[in-house]
Design a protein around this ligand. Structure first.
Ligand code: NAP
Length: 285
């Protein structure tokens, strides 16, 4: 299977390197072509000038772009020239409805679609240890599983198209709560005058230890908020979660509070920082 990747952002770059290392990657496309050109040289693969150009030679097309409208824009472009029997796998975080819309567009061209959002951050993308949540046809997943294994430590099939994204929304609600808990707790520790490195190390080894504390605790308390996972992207995800909760008449107070905090930070110009920039609102003055 000839494989190509569209979207060489914070996540896509690590994914591309792992696909290339496993011998699967033939071509890349990125909207800002300089990124694709540089990575193509490094990985000795082809950089193409448009999504359509990818469809000529590639039958498994992976996407990792930003938001719903970006996925639909790229899928619409692919649909102009895609070959029947091709598979498009979207690893971006978007709504279940967008996944269903993308699948319907591709089905008209006899091409398959899987929604396959991931968790594990930029570190997981770089190390090839992402957790992947897949929606769509099981048989299609089995065909492409070896390719996906090059980027992941775990792949779970959740059900029909859209269920991968629904599971990812669960993950994003959890991330909001964890971000609130970790930033509040570390601000509390700093206000006590404790040595932050020691606090983070010892707490990470106990019952309250978690990935976010371990990977972002020291940077945030040192005032470093490099992405990581851009706050504006998590805000986009939480709007999807909020809408899904409203449809089921569910209250999600942590999601609401985090949306409110992120909106404040985005207005102050911090949308491109890591989600740990929530610490800006919590840290003692
Ligand atoms: P990012 O660094 O902002 O990169 C976004 C990528 O998408 C860039 O390559 C961008 O191209 C491309 N893109 C955006 N809109 C496009 C369009 N309309 N047409 C073509 N290309 C387009 O974002 P990221 O952190 O890699 O995240 C990508 C996706 O993964 C998002 O859905 C995010 O929610 C999800 N995700 C992120 C993380 C994380 O920790 N970062 C973890 C799990 C999932 P340009 O270079 O031209 O801007």
């Amino acid at each position: 299977m000839r494989t190509g990747l569209i979207g060489l952002g914070s996540m896509g770059q690590g994914m591309a390197r792992n696909l290339a290392k496993a011998g699967y990657l033939q071509a890349v496309y990125n909207r800002t072509s300089s990124k694709a050109d540089a990575l193509a040289v490094e990985l000795q693969v082809q950089a193409v000038a448009s999504p359509q150009a990818l469809t000529e030679q590639i039958d498994v097309i992976l996407l990792c772009v930003s938001a719903d409208q970006d996925v639909l824009e790229v899928v619409s472009a692919l649909c102009e020239t895609i070959k029947p029997g091709s598979v498009v796998i979207d690893m971006s975080t978007v709504s279940s409805n967008t996944a269903k819309e993308a699948a319907a567009l591709l089905a008209r061209k006899q091409a398959d679609f899987l929604d396959a959002p991931v968790s594990g951050g930029v570190e997981g993308a770089n190390k090839g240890t992402l957790a992947m949540m897949v929606g769509g046809d099981c048989a299609v997943l089995e065909r492409v599983r070896p390719i996906l294994q090059a980027m992941t430590a775990r792949i779970e099939h959740l059900g029909p198209t859209g269920s991968g994204q629904a599971c990812k929304a669960v993950n994003q609600v959890l991330c909001a709560g964890i971000n609130q808990a970790v930033t509040e707790a570390l601000a509390f520790a700093q206000a006590q005058g404790l040595e932050m490195e020691k606090v983070i190390d010892v707490v990470s080894g106990g019952a309250a230890g978690n990935w976010f504390l371990q990977h972002r605790g020291k940077t945030m308390t040192n005032g470093v908020f490099l992405p990581g996972f851009k706050l504006a992207l998590h805000h986009k995800d939480l709007l999807i979660c909020q809408q899904m909760a409203e449809q089921k008449h569910l209250d999600c107070p942590l999601t609401q509070a985090t949306l409110h905090d992120y909106q404040l930070l985005m207005r102050q110009g911090f949308g491109d920082e890591d989600i740990s920039a929530l610490y800006r609102l919590k840290r003692p003055n």
